[in-house]
Design a protein around this ligand. Structure first.
Ligand code: MN
Length: 335
């Protein structure tokens, strides 16, 4: 039996989902609140998100998942004010750490932080990585329309690099500055908005020179790399050909694609589609591709059946199913 580690798996705590659902009931349409409303009270989705025990483990057993790398569901704490978001990140990290402590061979974790307060976010990243033994950290793309390449957020990137914390950039709906044209046809969610938002965030980090400043920073993208792997030669070519006349875009030490190969890894969350997985191996190298499901939003049995059926070498499948996650997230090998 091949060990399977699923690397983008979600949970929530009542203190986070409660206020999000209250806000959905009160406010006019907001894309991310609509997404939260899919996990309304009484739904199996909410029950599965809140559970860090019996039902989660039973589904893992039924579907052959050895380890879930668990993180707080999008948008995490990023729609709260800075003080509330900071306190909720600490609470969520304590709750998940306790569950991991109870099931250390089945659960691993990505810690939350509130970018709204970069200095305290950096301290929480350090506490989670060195104090609580987390495997990395997660952010749900923009925060109030801001992106992590903006210098105010560099303390977060500095903390990730210092703690060897892989930074998982998980999607959310596009920032307020670009969401409008998505709204007419409800394209702002996982159908297109999520990857448009998240790939933009990743590309901003690259062209801003973040990886020249933080060369050991590791970023992980879900959903097959949010489209970026397909675009590598075009990004390199256009980056070289179109330079802003005012010099606002810094010169880089490497071509953009070189950072994607050096500083990024991707997961197959929601995208365990054979052509996409084979392409990602071809474009990025098998060592940069990890299996993920997106439990409980996506079906675990389907994801496993899809990955099992992909016709690639057994060694490559072992790399995707567990070896890369063991290396990148420092999840102890089995046995
Ligand atoms: Mn997800």
């Amino acid at each position: 039996m091949m060990r399977r580690i699923a690397t983008e798996e979600a949970f929530v705590i009542p203190e986070v989902i409660g206020p999000m659902l209250d806000r959905f009931a009160r406010e006019s349409y907001e894309p991310d609140l609509f997404f939260w409303s899919k996990a309304a009270n009484g739904t199996p989705l909410q029950r599965r998100l809140l559970d860090l025990g019996e039902e989660r483990l039973a589904i893992m057993d039924e579907t052959g998942i050895d380890v879930q790398l668990i993180s707080l569901a999008s948008t995490g704490v990023q729609m709260f004010d800075a003080d509330t978001g900071t306190a909720l990140a600490t609470l969520a990290n304590d709750v998940l750490a306790e569950a991991i402590g109870k099931h250390p061979t089945r659960f691993a974790g990505l810690a939350s932080f509130a970018p709204q307060d970069p200095a305290r976010a950096a301290r929480e990243i350090e506490r989670a990585m060195t104090g609580l033994g987390y495997n990395g950290v997660i952010v749900n793309s923009h925060t109030n329309g801001d992106y992590l390449d903006q210098p105010a957020y560099w303390p977060i990137l500095e903390a990730c690099e210092a703690c060897d914390a892989p930074l998982y950039i998980h999607p959310r709906a596009p920032s307020p500055q670009m969401v409008a044209p998505f709204l007419d046809y409800t394209l702002e969610h996982a159908i297109w908005g999520f990857q448009a938002e998240t790939s933009l965030h990743a590309l901003r980090l690259i062209v801003a020179g973040v990886f020249d400043r933080f060369p050991r920073l590791k970023v992980v993208l879900g959903h097959g790399g949010e489209g970026l792997p397909y675009w590598l030669p075009r990004i390199d070519g256009m980056h070289a050909n179109f330079k802003a006349p005012d010099g606002r875009r810094p010169a880089l030490e490497l071509a953009p694609s070189a950072y994607i190969k050096r500083n990024f890894a991707i997961t197959t969350s929601g995208m365990n589609w054979a052509p996409a997985v084979r392409f990602a191996i071809d474009a990025l190298g098998v060592e940069n591709v990890m299996f993920a499901i997106d439990y409980p939003f996506m079906d675990s049995a389907t994801a496993v059946a899809q990955m099992d059926a992909i016709d690639i070498a057994q060694a490559d499948k072992a790399a995707i199913y567990h070896r890369n996650a063991e290396r990148i997230f420092r999840i102890p090998p089995a046995g």
